[in-house]
Design a protein around this ligand. Sequence first.
Ligand code: SAM
Length: 266
Amino acid sequence: MGARLERVGAATRSAVLEWQTTWSTRFLSARDPRFDAVWDVAKRVPGWFEQIIAVAQFQLLAEIRPQRIVEIGSYLGKSTVFYARSLEALGIDGVVTAIDPHTGDRQHLEALGLSELASFDMYRAHLMAAGVFDKVETIVSTSHQAAQGWVDPIDFLFIDGWHSYEAVLEDGNDWIPHLTDRGVVVFDDATKYHGVSRAVSDLAAHGTIHLYGDAFGQAFAGRRPDAPESVRTVLDSYRPVTRHLPVRLAKTLEKNMGVRRFPPGA
Ligand SMILES: C[S@@+](CC[C@H](N)C(=O)[O-])C[C@H]1O[C@@H](n2cnc3c(N)ncnc32)[C@H](O)[C@@H]1O
């Protein structure tokens, strides 16, 4: 009986989350018709960067209009293609800097029991196929090495490298000081990996960032206490199921759905 209930609970959770993601994807996509053409190219590249994450970030790029995007962790180039194509679609004359040692994604390394898995050749092939290889500044090194001597201001920072407490804390301390006043940093898998969520909370506790909240597993933050409007739109869009319910019922539902939330200002 217990096992059966658990299975029903898990199936309900997964259905609710799927419905929520579909709802948010449609809602956010409808806000800017330019997204579809960008996603049509980026979605062909294999990788972890999902449509809901792309459409959420597209809102931010459209508002911030970044002159410099820095991406830590490119893997096979899916998010890199998305950033380069987004700049084009939004008519922004900006630069995408993509940093990765191309020594392997943590999940794959652990699953295969390997210590290294080269990804640069596929990364390059995917960027060439998307017609953006020459438009991206590719740095093949660890993010910490790339940070040495870095001076340029950054308007949009995506931290999606090694998913451990130490690595994310180091990325935050190395790169966030270069974020512009209205710049935004997005931490990938911030609610999935305990080490990542702890690092994000600690960066906020030490005043390195102001944490705006999390949605679709990503944490959104910046140097200013007030979130840009696009971030607020994304955070609000994450609550189609629960935001119209009374607070206690919504909290119970979120808890049972396995949704972790950073409290505002954490
Ligand atoms: C989750 S994947 C990135 C996924 C990618 N953003 C996408 O669109 O699919 C993580 C990547 O981080 C890279 N990585 C590992 N250690 C790193 C480090 N110290 N600095 C930068 N990148 C690192 C790995 O080589 C891997 O390609």
